[in-house]
Design a protein around this ligand. Sequence first.
Ligand code: FAD
Length: 288
Amino acid sequence: MKISEILANNKITVSFEMFPPKQWDKIEKTKETVHTMAAQKPSFISVTYGAAGTRTGFTSEIANEIKKCGETPLYHLTCLTSTKEKIDSVLSSLQQDGIENVLALRGDIPENFNFPDKQYFHHAYELVKVIKQHGDFCVGAACYPEVHPESKSAHDDLLRLKEKTDCGVDFLTTQMFFDNDVFFDFKERCKLIGIKAPIIAGIMPITNASQINRSIQLSGCRFPKKFSAIIERFGDNAQSMKQAGVIYALEQIVDLIANGQNNIHIYTMNKGDVAAAIMKGLSDIINE
Ligand code: FAD
């Protein structure tokens, strides 16, 4: 099923993100995690692409497993280090596998990366165009409520986002954020500039203290004071921190839904128990 159809029915949607393993010998374990995730009946499950376009086969393997479980996969695809031929070949195999949803991403710029003269892709909007030309895919793209770290300014980032969505983006998924006001402000600015694609709010349950530095490093997002207090108080106790992280994420989600944001994406970090706790916490809300 296309994600645009899932989002069109105005119901609350909760989707999950997973990542493939780094080594092939862990693939069966990750497939087991797919089954645990699928049992929670999310609206769809996205599967990330290795940094710098590595481990393409692993992403396909996991996306196909999601499909075998009867769930809708969203295939992340990065383009920065790929040629157009490579992208075309990935898209053709997705068509063969019946995978119809792709999240079109540029990918992070690897250290010491020189753009080759013939490099086809510099930005995600170019990939969006290629995917749309290739076939009947539902195409998502990334957006950044706290501004992409490379952007000149918040306004420039928004203009670029508008250009990207105008290339045929069917939906947007946000980078993680921990302060809902940041998201609501971003959503309003998107509306004012004329971005019409539905925006899915990305929520990362922080369930251990070591995740925090990595999350800040990756996303540049800010932690509100009340979240810092949680880390300070529970960071040294793994079980308490996990519970507090899930409760914080649930509070964020309930506030988002209460304020009209129906589409939520959970960065699960492949933790089936965390995904299950979130779904349990929302069971009546989702089915209302
Ligand atoms: P772009 O849309 O190209 O934007 C990148 C920067 O370029 C922004 O600052 C933008 O303002 C600017 N820009 C855009 N167009 C232009 C233009 N025409 N001229 C000048 N500047 C421009 N990474 C992975 O490796 N694998 C994954 O699976 C993955 N999944 C992700 C999922 C989500 C929901 C998100 C939010 C991020 C994900 N990432 C992933 C990380 C992503 O690849 C990086 O954040 C990357 O640095 C930017 O990708 P983008 O698609 O947003 O790029």
